[in-house]
Design a protein around this ligand. Sequence first.
Ligand code: ATP
Ligand code: LTN
Length: 333
Amino acid sequence: MEKENKKVSFSGIQPSGDLTIGNYLGAIKNWVSMQKDYESFYCIVDLHAITVRQDPKELRSRTLKNLAIYIASGLDPVKNTLFIKSHVPAHSEAAWLLNCFSYTGELGRMTQFKDKSQKIGESVSVGLFTYPVLMAADILLYNTNVVPVGNDQKQHVELSRDIAIRFNNLYGQTFVVPEPLIAGSGARIMDLQNPEKKMSKSVENPNAYILILDSPNIIRKKINRAVTDDYAEVRYTEDQPGISNLINILSTITNVSQEDIVKRYEGLGYAGFKSDVAEALVEELAPVQNRIKELLDDKSYLEKIYSESAEKANYIANKTLRKMQKKIGLVLR
Ligand code: ATP
Ligand code: LTN
């Protein structure tokens, strides 16, 4: 009974590369803190990942690895529905329907599309263009109230709102209009080599990101090599983006405010600060890494989780899909 009154939370991560501390601090940790208060659906969005070319073997193994990461990070697979998107065909079908209510103009304005298509050039897929419509389908199928994502996804959630409102205006109340829920300082972890850009799992240079599964020594090396500046003072200012990023990482892990961190390192230079950031990360990630390895050794457990979750997700998604089909005027059988 109590469960039914809870608001619904929905989010997802693409298995397009190994997950970084950007995904962990900006998304997953936030989901974990919400699990008591929301009815939650967290998806591995394999159908979004194939908007750019993926190696089939790697895609398959990363999809399972991501499920293990969700669970190892503290998401209870009983309280939360943790599923693989391609196991719920209603997403693809709802996306087609919503494509017919989305405008090329608004999709062309999406920053992520502009950035990625610029990198890819001529052979950019149609899927990459309509990516935000598939995301709107994901969200709207579950009567989602909140979408916990990093700052970079805010524009996509806003588009989902616009599509929902447009459909509701045409056909009467059908969709819940979702709100983005952006995490605090973890909302935007920046690239360690180019702190003007967000940390991303699909960039070439491995020194730019830290993976959830990086070993302690690799973490230490990457933090040590992180780009800083010549001020030699730990300050949280716009002209020190590298140091500010490391402050944000430390703040998100330790729950100590940026101001208090700045005070703590006053007059101390960068070496000790960097080493504390690295040790905080190592300590935070060690238990998660151990649990991931255990889970990956127990494939039948992972299989059980994704199968049961898919059943629940299919039930809810199909209900909304039928509602959409009926309102549009398709003949239901
Ligand atoms: P890709 O590089 O393949 O485009 P990504 O690393 O940006 O992917 P996504 O799968 O697009 O990751 O994002 C999953 C979730 O992680 C989203 O909620 C996104 O906002 C969040 N996220 C990704 N990178 C960061 C980051 N650097 N800082 C904070 N949150 C992030
Ligand atoms: N585009 C998102 C991943 C994603 C998502 C969603 C997030 C796909 N579907 C639904 C929230 C809700 C990204 O983070 N790159």
